[in-house]
Ligand binder design. Structure first.
Ligand code: KG4
Ligand code: ZN
Length: 362
């Protein structure tokens, strides 16, 4: 089955064509991030306007690319695509509507089934995709699909959730952030340091520079900021205190701060919180696979640390997708729709900006 996936939940306009939930035939992303760098963050109306401009060319390019990857070059789009999948939430309402209304129109015109997809669950499905060898090299365990039961940490700009998946479509929420998301913490702290949006990659770059300057890398010395809730039994996270700590620290400094070192401190504080809770969840639930997903999963230090921690527990495999599949794109949307195939009438589909991961696969 070949599914066209559409993703417009935030500032990326994305379309992808995926065969049988795993094989990417095309994957096109247009990002309006350049515009948001100027404003230091996303202005929802601007993001939505950009979505409107990009959606048709992006879908068109994804369809053209996918046709080129087929053996029969005379094939028409209408013959190639079996179904349309679209992110319905969570996300920014203006952005979501662009994808949802476009998907509904295509479903109606082409007379193809349409599958609503939860953006957060789609992130997990980045780990079910296979792609060319070049990208494969940069991923962990990309040659094997995750095995159930899966424990997944979904870390994005707006969400931080730890979930258990017994099988496709059976999701149990274990915990999540009580305030800011992990990506949001990176973004807000970066702003305090005068680094550009998005803050995650910016902080990560500065932290790498700091650590590469050291003769002996001593992560243990990076203890400036707290790791909230680390001693408590829940699988909850809290990141809003970090930005206050960073703000107070910056205010208390008389001389110029070492931005590289501070970035390493911030990165380590966020990552430690994620690793501490993930480790205790793995010990408790003993999953066969641990899956790291969402934009923050691009973070090299987080990938390395979790790979090591999970590797020490012999019963569990670590999975993380190549970076371009971790950040927002439409291939995981198509994959999620294939493995959780619940088409509904196009008239029934509507955007839901507040959708949670606990609401399952719809
Ligand atoms: O999943 P995503 O692409 O979009 C949302 O659904 O929110 O995640 C975006 C978030 C941003 O907060 C961004 O700063 C963060 O992912 N991010 C990173 C890195 N790359 C992106 N955070 C830490 N390190 C990175 N390398
Ligand atoms: Zn996302």
């Amino acid at each position: 089955m070949i599914i066209l996936g559409i993703e417009t939940s935030c500032d990326e306009t994305a379309a992808a064509v995926v065969q049988d939930g795993t094989n990417i035939l095309s994957n096109v992303v247009a990002s309006s991030v350049g515009m948001h760098v100027k404003t230091g963050g996303i202005i929802p109306e601007n993001a939505a306007r950009q979505q409107i401009k990009s959606i048709i060319p992006v879908i068109n390019n994804a369809l053209v690319d996918s046709l080129q990857s087929t053996v029969d070059r005379s094939l028409k789009v209408i013959d190639l695509i079996d179904a349309v999948a679209v992110t319905i939430g969570p996300g920014l309402i203006g952005s979501l509507l662009v994808g949802v209304e476009t998907a509904k129109t295509l479903s109606y015109l082409w007379k193809k089934p349409i599958i609503p997809v939860n953006h957060l669950i789609a992130h997990i499905y980045a780990n079910f995709l296979t792609t060319d060898s070049l990208i494969k090299q940069s991923s962990v365990n990309s040659n094997q699909l995750p095995k159930f039961p899966i424990l997944a940490l979904v870390v994005s700009g707006g969400h931080t959730d730890l979930v258990r998946m017994k099988e496709h479509g059976k999701i149990e929420w274990l915990g999540g952030t009580r305030d800011d998301a992990a990506g949001e913490a990176f973004d807000k702290c970066a702003r305090l340091l005068g680094l550009p949006y998005p803050g995650g990659p910016a902080i990560s770059r500065e932290a790498e520079k700091h650590l590469s300057h050291l003769q002996v890398i001593s992560y243990k010395s990076l203890k400036l900021f707290p790791r909230p809730l680390s001693g408590n039994n829940s699988f909850d996270f809290s990141f809003s205190g970090l930005k206050t700590s960073v703000y107070n620290y910056l205010k208390s400094q008389k001389s110029k701060v070492d931005r590289l070192k501070l970035s390493a401190e911030i990165q380590e504080a966020i990552i430690d919180s994620l690793v501490i809770k993930s480790t205790s969840a793995i010990k408790k639930f003993k999953p066969k696979s641990f899956v790291l997903a969402g934009g923050v999963a691009s973070n090299i230090r987080l990938r390395e640390k979790l790979d090591r921690v999970v590797g020490n527990m012999k019963f569990c495999e670590f999975h993380v997708a190549p970076t371009p599949l971790c950040t927002d794109n439409a291939a995981p949307v198509a994959s999620c729709a294939f493995f959780n195939y619940h088409p509904i009438d196009w008239k029934e589909i509507s955007a839901n900006p507040q959708l949670t991961i606990a609401e399952g696969n719809l």
